[in-house]
Design a protein around this ligand. Structure first.
Ligand code: ASP
Length: 473
């Protein structure tokens, strides 16, 4: 088993096994220096005539990104040779044995540096190379630590992580679904979940009481800003709670997470300020205000809650195509209205004035999460769909399972989902979520490394009962 490079500073005068990639090679006459890199760090490795003829000859062949394994003596560097920029700069490695594990072509772009200046499509095509760079390794590490922290924290709070299906039925989150054709049921399709919304509510009907999931969500949206066709939510739902309970738990989780994992960050205001949707729009012109007092400070985190959103907004009714106006939900059709507006909802009056129990959490001008207390009474949910103009047949067909579940003793419940990629991007001061997603897609939904989406074999299409008609131009 090899030794992590970061640990060699504690192994002076020991011979240890190291393995990794040649970050670069410098020839100085008889001396050859390489920087050897593994996931944990970089160290200087020295070859000279004393290394022996065979090792020295092999060292001359080494090039960037070759993978090698060595047995190396860790030597303390003389005071004047210490490299203060390198965590392992107090030592260097004298090679006793060298094995070349694999050679490498010259990488299509440099792997040193942060890489922002490199064409992003090239970085995506060779993502496995791009990920070798220090910045992206750090992003992967933080992602891992944040997810682990969430899991441990919520476990202590009594939550179960429950996996919910990926092959499922369309959910109304306001975006287009990705669909998967069924081979066994000609003409039928699964939909990939836009979020686990319905399943998590059904888990409350199942008596789970406290659920969370690091959940992948899929939304087939046209290129719109910094979106990804698939992204990750920290999804959570709790039974027997009020708005205050969900907000308090999430606020505490965010604060503890930041203070534990990123102690250099400063949270501007604790408890997080709260602002109504109306105030936010009037004062900031947006429902995700940037409340930072100093926007230059890279370590300042200004969280805030936005509450009291309108439940419905007006839309052109697409089902009639008549341009006639109808209503749609602003956030989540499964929400419960604010208690004082329940009567309006049930009587379908003052629809534009009904406020929902929705709460959003914003950070530095981005929405990083949102949720609500849900309707658990079938009549309330039915009325929401009626206001949106759904016929009872459609309601039964699409949401009959929810209404039925609610008729079997479903507890009151509420929850939230965080956009985990967005949160990580802000915590890492990254300009977009693609930098914190291990294998992101392009803005127009392509995976350049795998060349997806791609065509299917005629045989596969036949099995799926699908014929492709390409438009003749
Ligand atoms: N499912 C919602 C969403 O994806 C979040 C929630 O209300 O829990 O936006």
């Amino acid at each position: 088993m090899k030794t992590w490079i970061k640990d060699i500073v504690n192994k002076v005068d020991e011979v240890v096994p190291l393995a990794g990639w040649v970050a670069n090679r410098r020839d100085h006459g008889k001396l050859i220096f390489i920087d050897l890199r593994d996931r944990s760090g970089v160290c200087q490795v020295v070859f000279g005539p004393w290394s022996g003829e065979e090792i020295y000859a092999q060292a001359q062949k080494l090039r960037s990104e070759w993978v090698i394994q060595i047995q190396g003596l860790i030597k303390k560097r003389p005071e004047n040779m210490v490299n203060a920029d390198l965590p392992t700069g107090t030592v260097e490695v004298d090679v006793k044995e060298l094995t070349i594990i694999n050679e490498s072509q010259t990488p299509p772009f440099p792997l040193e540096g942060d890489g922002y200046e490199i064409d992003e499509e090239a970085r995506m095509k060779y993502k496995y190379l791009d990920l070798r760079r220090d910045r992206l390794q750090k992003n992967l590490a933080l992602r891992h630590r944040v997810i682990k922290f969430i899991r441990d924290y919520l476990d202590t709070e009594g939550f179960y992580e429950v996996e919910t299906p990926i092959l499922t039925k369309s959910t109304p989150e306001g975006a287009r679904d990705y669909v998967v054709p069924s081979r066994l049921y000609t003409g039928s399709f699964y939909a990939l979940p836009q979020s686990p919304q319905q399943y998590k509510q059904l888990l409350m009907a199942s008596g789970v009481e406290k659920y969370f999931q690091i959940a992948r969500c899929f939304r087939d949206e046209d290129t719109r800003g910094d979106r990804q066709p698939e992204f990750t939510q920290m999804d959570l739902e709790m039974s027997f709670v009020e708005r205050e309970d969900v907000m308090r738990l999430n606020e505490q989780l965010l604060i503890t997470l930041v203070q534990t994992l990123l102690p250099e960050k400063k949270i501007q205001q604790i408890p997080f300020p709260r602002i109504t949707y109306k105030e936010a729009m009037e004062k900031y012109g947006t429902d995700r205000p940037d409340m930072r007092e100093n926007k230059e400070d890279k370590n300042l985190l200004a969280f805030c809650w936005v509450i009291d959103f309108p439940f419905f907004e007006r839309v052109d009714d697409p089902s009639t195509g008549s341009g006639q106006e109808g209503w749609t939900f602003t956030h989540n059709p499964f929400s419960q209205p604010k208690p004082e507006h329940l009567t309006w909802l049930m009587q379908k009056e003052k629809i534009g004035e009904i406020l929902t129990t929705q709460y959003d959490v914003a950070l530095n001008g981005f929405e990083i999460g949102g949720g609500s207390i849900r309707a658990h009474n079938p009549q309330v949910l039915t009325t929401v769909f009626e206001i949106m103009g759904y016929q009872s047949e459609t309601i039964q067909k699409n949401f009959g399972h929810m209404l039925e579940a609610f008729s079997y003793g479903t507890p009151s419940h509420g929850g939230i989902a965080w956009g985990l990629d967005r949160l990580l991007a802000i915590l890492q001061n990254e300009p977009n979520i693609r930098e914190v997603i291990p294998f992101p897609k392009t803005g127009d939904a392509r995976d350049l490394m795998m060349s997806a989406p791609s065509e299917l074999d005629p045989k596969q299409l036949q099995e799926l009962h699908i014929e492709i008609h390409t438009k003749k131009v």
